[in-house]
Design a protein around this ligand. Sequence first.
Ligand code: ADP
Ligand code: ZN
Ligand code: ZN
Length: 682
Amino acid sequence: MAEPLILQVAVDAPRHAALGSVLDYTSEQPLAPGTLVSVPLGRRQSLGIVWDGDNSPPAPGVELRPVGAALSALPPLDAEWRALVAFAAAYYQRGLGELALAVLPPELRRLDNTQLARRVARLQHTPPAGADAPVQRPELSAEQRTALQTLAEMLAGAAAPRPVLLHGVTGSGKTEVYLHAAEAALARGRQALVLVPEINLTPQLEARFAARFPGHVLASLHSGLTPAQRLRHWLLAHLGLADLVLGTRLAVFAPLPRLGLIVVDEEHDPSFKQQEGARYSARDLAVWRAHRSGIAVLLGSATPALETWQRVREGRYQRLPLAARIGGGAMPQVRLVDMRALPQPPGGERVLAPALLQAVAERIARGEQSLLLLNRRGYAPVLHCGACGWKSGCAHCSAWRVFHKADRTLRCHHCGLSERVPRACPDCGNLDIAPIGRGTEKLQEQLAELLPGARIARIDADSTRGAGELQQQLGAMHAGEVDVLVGTQMVAKGHDFRRVTLVAAVNPDSALFSSDFRAPERLFALLMQAAGRAGRDAEQAARSEMWVQTWHPGHPIYAALRRHDYEAFADTQLAERQTAGLPPFAALALLRADARTADAASGFLRDAAALARAQPGITVYPPVPPHVAKVADVERMQMLLESPSRTALQRMLADWLPQLNALRAAHKGLLRWAVDVDPLAI
Ligand code: ADP
Ligand code: ZN
Ligand code: ZN
């Protein structure tokens, strides 16, 4: 009998588990790398992926188990895909098999080969997008033509194309450039991948692509799909049947055998960074993937991430500006309201400055819409007893419970604990407990009093919990059934509201004094993006305004916003980052520990730090609690690692982290630890 072959198979096991995540198995037949195969793992059968290995025989005496059935109905995941997954696992310090299996559609684990073969066969007849309505292509602007020409020249050149930053405000025609670049890729017989930050933005974009590409199959990939849909769309991508793949961050891992272009829209958006498990940045992986495949990647933004901007300054990325709005519309005029100068209204708090309220009322009279931004949902962030000082803290978190008036609950936004509002102070029985501060619910209520007869709607995570609620509310806004929309940052992104001529940030100051060094960058991006919601129609642009209520009107962020001057803002920020040794001038990693007590968490981190001390060129900071230290009775601590060299930090993490599992046993109260490479929130 012939010797069985040895196969390396990636299985779902964490990187630092004792057994590793690529294991040896035997097989009677050869199976190509990238083949999905069922394998025994411990006492269960589990899905694995045949990985690239040397197929060398095992050490004598090691008993290998045979692989089970292969999912041969599926073409193997190609070398490009495997390289992407291997890079991401190594860079973000996760198990290779763990990551590889996490980014596959979960349905694959449920189906046997026959069932899968049936689904694959059915997909061969997928109808293309859109009807055969004639395709409308606007005449490109000079800047759009230049951008596309440069892109074409780069692709025709011998060297791998540099990543491109398409730098333009909302309405400057970036999407039109994506469409043309995609068209060129399709004409070469290639697939295009388009990443967007938010699932809510996919329908709008999907419709635009479908209208432009009738006769082509379009697949979308995001977490809002049912498991069956997700498998279907993933298969369309992997089988090469879909020419266009649109999705949120997880779509960066879509297998695409004919990939020819990647677009990352709103590339600065924090939601491209995964916040649990493998904490990858889909934007950064998109750049890596494009580089490896020698294809173009287009990063679009009005306010690029400072990491991206620095690469432009170094000449590593090519910036293509779209300086003007299509149709020549001006950006809205920014008006800062100095809240210090306003007298306190008798017996109450100031909701909106009188001039702003007046401006909103004028919009209503003209049949135009206003958008009021307040980044805090609920009615009030805390309830307070004036008699004894009680506040509505959460028993399980180091946070206040938020007062929601609509259903009269106190809700913790961290652990989800929700209770009916007490009728009297739980500590002293005082009946007079009062909300402090203001959230979107209260703003909506106050506006209803100040603007009688106005149609005031609200969009935030609470108002859009039900299926279809968000789409319905957006629909009402588009149909002109709303005069004033109150919302959190959810409404600042992407939505193309045609009738909005006034946007106001009601209380944006808190971000100015955050301990997170990225807070100013995020605030500036949010305000610029919000400003972009106003005056999208050129004829209205002239009377469009962005209002900012602030107690710090002299702050440089607001000065830059007023001039719509991203570059001045970015250059100042980068100078500060350079002085402080912060990204993009340093590489960071964050080691997090969760434990029953804060002492147990910091004890683990301190012992971990002791193991790391020997590394030159790496600074290990003392453990500190994050902004909200306790969540659901779990105490959290974090420890920052910093190095001027990304490579040095990578090497150090790879050496160091394997030792931490051994350390775990000595720290009984420790629940879990995790590392976040290139963390976004600190
Ligand atoms: P962005 O993605 O930068 O917000 P879009 O590509 O969505 O900008 O363009 C804004 C609006 O202008 C859209 O309605 C789009 O159809 C239109 N548009 C884009 N390019 C042109 C053009 N060259 N001529 C006329 N209209 C255009
Ligand atoms: Zn009390
Ligand atoms: Zn809580």
